[in-house]
Design a protein. Structure first.
Lengths: 306, 306, 306, 306
């Protein structure tokens, strides 16, 4: 279980949304309100893009709790970004608190050759960021099936032991080799197919087990997020916030800017109180944010094999 | 602000009390009940003695929260000890979360020559463990005065920046050069004199500021703990638990064993519910545990200079 | 690549061998002499037994370099043990420096229920410690095959991403469900069969790749260590040291004590200079230390499938 | 002892100089060539400026060795900066490996209120970065004298225990309250006066002790670096590199660009071989880099009190 926040909109300084809202992700690391246990102190991570400089995101993860990571405190005021992900972790029992197991995850093999003659698939995968709030039902057995179902290149991109990272590998596997520069539709289709594969495996392994899959995926341009739970299982909370801008001190408005520079947040919990900004995502729905900021919320209907 | 626990009694495995009680120090790191903020996740530490092997304690500290430190999980079942201290930290704003700033502290210079021809004072100081729950009022200015008041050898023993470590240096300074193998009375007198010095400095600097000084000190044989707060300031909670034994599954009893092998716990919060075991320490009182396990609770009456 | 040391003999304090020899494992973390790169600074670990207290080892691992881990400095003087493993890591390129990936590894699922009604197989696996110096040839593909070949219970015991941990899982898989309390012969047979399985996989994947497998395994009573390399590949160094005792200051002698309390060290590099104590293990040989301290060195002859 | 590098010049991506030169600071963390011990693995830090966004630097420090810090690996490609400091530490014996003790240091109290009504002195101090290679002779006693000589506001800015951070406090104390927006001359004068104060204290305490003070200070616009050692003490190495640009793959040239956009590096060791780029700074000389990139090297002549 965890909490996360994703931002898509006009460039702003990273510390603005990370630290300043009343119920920022930092506050949620200590005092989450919509899960039974308020504490998400088992490491955290932040990934962000600067598309003028690189299509690949920066990534900062630590096993320390978010609230006492003074590096991010001292780095974020100098970072300007128009798309970032942040995630605070509450490790499931038995899963290790390791930097490797912190979200968000990036694709690719994790090796560091920057200008090596990278395979375009590898290059494409490195553009992705993924984070997850929830657990896959019967996750150990599902993970084993997931691994067996993966192509080598996505199999070898798994470095940790979380169900979340394995779910991300399935998404990449669904994107496949041919989709190097995916559209929002490609990303959404891959997430959908991954949910189907994961739920099919889960049902094969344990009909009764329940999955909570609040996924959040980006390629640096679009965002696809889900609020999904197996029938009979409670879903984790998810909100969408929309405003002309989220600059602190700015006047928040619920109507997107007509010129299309509206700002969007997808978050486990609303970052501050303002009913004109936030709406709850219904259970088993998907949120998409297009490169131009257009937000849609659509139902998820899985077609489970068998 | 923090929470702590100290054990004095028959040898038992370290993990017994660390992990098993309902409201163990680990639970208090997440869900403290007697301070406004339940979270004490800014590092922790455990120190313990094995007097047959050495008069100096073992010490394990990490900046990770107590609840996800798998090293202590995997080490404590093999440790048998008749006296240990554990402390979970909630860093005061502006104080760094560093291993160095975690409690408990030991005396001495922190250098590692084991069989160097150590000065007996240095050797004596290394036997001590100290931990603190609370804050010194006007702590920055008080720390400066403390430093100026210290003999070199105790001044040079300070490695971090907490008010707590400075309070411990004052205690060592009060013990002085001549008391190499202190009795319980020596320890209690040093704690008393340190409280007076600290409160005198505090009053000189800021008459209105309030100090919370729940101190806990040991030389590996006796324990001196205080529940103290400046008049007008709320005191941090403190409890004493007494039983024939605290082995889990054992039958807890509130009357000390007639043969003097009774077990005592001094803790910020009771580790489990049992009114026959636990009693609250009154405000501005001192708890002492003698080498044979005899527990006394006496009022603290400071005589402040000026 | 890495360096390791294992001790089997009369109980002694853990810090004695960890810190005091001229070329201790701590020194080898900075200044290894028998590998091209002297540095082994990517985390470390120490595991030790206290059979009177538990059949399961204590385990302490950190991503910090061994030389600046002050916790072990302050804990090891209070630990007495008659069997311990220590390992300093030099991470292979692309493998993460995570506590999880540090050696030694223990068996079992890694969950923490101490007195849960543990399966005897799980209980047996938790008694094991394993460490490795070297790399498996074509390790990524071999790891995939390894995973596919494992029984669920050993598959689920893998938490990290190193080839070493996967090699250990194969050893456990070879021990199987039926061997709950293995003899030295059982352990040696499992190591042998695991080497064969790993080398068979390696040859299937890449005929040219070379494996270096200096393995070291214990159940808390016996030790099995190998110095193995694929034909055509250089082997990592390995030494056996034997003495009546390794207490510092004691007189080292090369002949085992007639009363059978002789002490043995198996180490990547000799811990100090003394030709009467140390002998190099020949390439493709196995060292075994029986519970009573008897040391044997025998050739390894693999029978590779196909 | 340590190694450091400072860059001043046209904006470039942070990873370029951090990771790519043959003998980058990362390489120097493992394989320094001009100190007896090649290893500088006790933590590291990087500070950089983005003057368009803020006058205060970003700061990233970790106790991990530089070579395995994957956060900086994944963050630095997105950072563009025209002035940065990086420092790899080899902790002096007895000084703790804590994030707090890693260089570079910033001024100010370390509290995090971003838009609090900050005192202009506090605001000015936060713009500074400082790092040090060397040790102050008789450092413990000198540190005590330093503390006693400081104004409260600089005294309270000290959070760790290194001689280096104390030297930086003296520099800030010399800058004083009145110099809020210092010129290069102000900075150079403060460094000079601090050296005199430190050397005077050192001589009072121990006439024979020797200080090595390779200091490096910036306000985000200019740099002042020293290569200083007490007479009779060997000086740590220091180099200046000048080129039109240090972009990798670019053609290095030793003559500054006529338009004044030349790039300068000040480093403990040359980052690559090219005699036209690098020159050794003579002992007891000072390097200054003006905001426009003009480099001067001048002798340091201390006038020691007494």
């Amino acid at each position: 279980m965890c909490r996360f926040v994703a931002y898509h909109g006009p460039p702003m300084e990273l510390d603005e949304l990370l630290y300043r809202p009343d119920h920022s992700i930092i506050d949620q690391s200590m005092h989450a309100e919509e899960r039974r246990e308020p504490l998400n102190g088992d490491g955290w991570g932040v990934g962000w893009y600067d598309r003028e400089r690189s299509p690949e995101p920066a990534l900062h993860k630590r096993v320390r709790p978010a609230w006492n990571d003074d590096n991010m405190r001292h780095v974020s005021p100098l970072i300007e970004t128009s798309l970032y992900f942040a995630h605070v972790r509450a490790a499931s029992p038995g899963l290790s608190v390791q930097q490797l197991n912190c979200h968000p995850f990036t694709g690719g093999t994790g090796l560091h050759e920057r200008d090596a003659d990278l395979d375009p698939v590898e290059r494409g995968r490195r553009r992705l960021l993924f984070m997850h709030n929830g657990t896959l039902g019967a996750h150990r057995e599902v993970i084993r099936r997931v691994r067996e179902s993966l192509d080598d290149e996505f199999y070898f991109g798994i470095h940790g032991s979380t169900d979340s990272e394995h779910a991300f590998a399935v998404i990449q596997d669904e994107l496949g080799r041919d989709v190097v520069d995916p559209s929002l539709d490609d990303l959404a289709a891959a997430v959908h197919a991954a949910l189907e594969r994961l739920e099919t495996f889960r049902a094969e392994v344990d009909e009764e087990a329940g999955t909570q899959a609040n996924f959040c995926l980006t390629d640096g341009e679009s965002i696809v997020a889900t609020r999904y739970a197996t029938p009979g299982t409670a879903a984790q909370s998810l909100y969408v916030g929309e405003a002309g801008s989220f600059e602190s001190g700015g006047e928040f408005c619920s109507t997107p800017d007509p010129e299309g520079t509206a700002a969007t947040i997808v978050a486990s919990e609303a970052l501050f109180e303002n009913d004109r900004v936030w709406r709850a995502v219904p259970r088993n729905h998907r949120v998409t944010v297009e490169p131009d900021g257009t937000v849609s919320i659509d139902p998820i209907e899985l077609d489970l094999a068998g």
